[in-house]
Ligand binder design. Structure first.
Ligand code: F6P
Length: 192
């Protein structure tokens, strides 16, 4: 059966400092994950010739760097755009935009950052990606937390409104295998 592999990029410098968005490089630990990823993928996919899809942001290309497959980068896979909050920590956002911070907590799926996006917006911009995925085989997607939560919810048959709460941790390769009634999943965690 057809499978799809997904992974977040390795830990970035922004993940370390708790800043959101941006275009940071991988941290030392994130770079370690990039080195381990080809082995994890091989364990899970064997000799299948995969195609790797990344976003246009550095941390995804750096994570995919050692994967011995064809690569394609998609703007549509870039992280949820946090607009004026790009580069801030959650504590800074709460201090500077308290009403927005509360509004997001109230309705995380529909909340749209000032000058940025909501999860709902991301789900809509992912439509062409999902269509392409549905007619492709052997795709490995290396991208960002919010984007992968939406893709994961889609394949797990979870309502899109639940996307913001899907667990897609760092340094974990997830294999999704759609079956007639439900999608099987297998998670492989890298020790880094
Ligand atoms: O912190 C990493 C990150 O990918 C941010 O760039 C992004 O804004 C955030 O996660 C999305 O997670 P949440 O919707 O829970 O804030």
């Amino acid at each position: 059966p057809r499978s799809i592999w997904i992974s977040r990029h390795g830990e970035s410098e922004y993940n370390l400092s708790g800043q959101i968005g941006g275009d940071a490089n991988l941290s030392a630990r994130g770079a370690q994950y990039a080195k381990l990823l080809p082995g994890l993928v091989k364990q899970s996919a064997g000799d299948r010739p995969l195609t790797v899809w990344t976003s246009t942001l550095k941390r995804t290309a750096q994570t995919a760097r050692y994967l011995p497959y064809e690569k394609l980068s998609w703007k549509a896979l870039d992280e949820l755009d946090s607009g004026v909050c790009d580069g801030m920590t959650y504590a800074q956002i709460e201090a500077k935009y308290p009403q927005d911070f509360a509004a997001r907590d109230e309705d995380k799926y529909n909340y749209r950052y000032l000058g940025g996006e909501s999860y709902r917006d991301v789900v809509i911009r992912l439509e062409p990606i999902i269509m392409e995925l549905e007619r492709s085989e052997n795709i490995l997607i290396v991208t960002h937390q919010a984007v992968l939560r939406c893709i994961y919810a889609y394949f797990m048959g979870v309502s899109q409104e639940q996307s913001p709460w899907m667990e897609v941790p760092l340094h974990t390769l997830i294999k999704l295998t759609p079956r007639a009634y439900k999608t099987e999943e297998e998670r492989m965690h890298a020790d880094v």
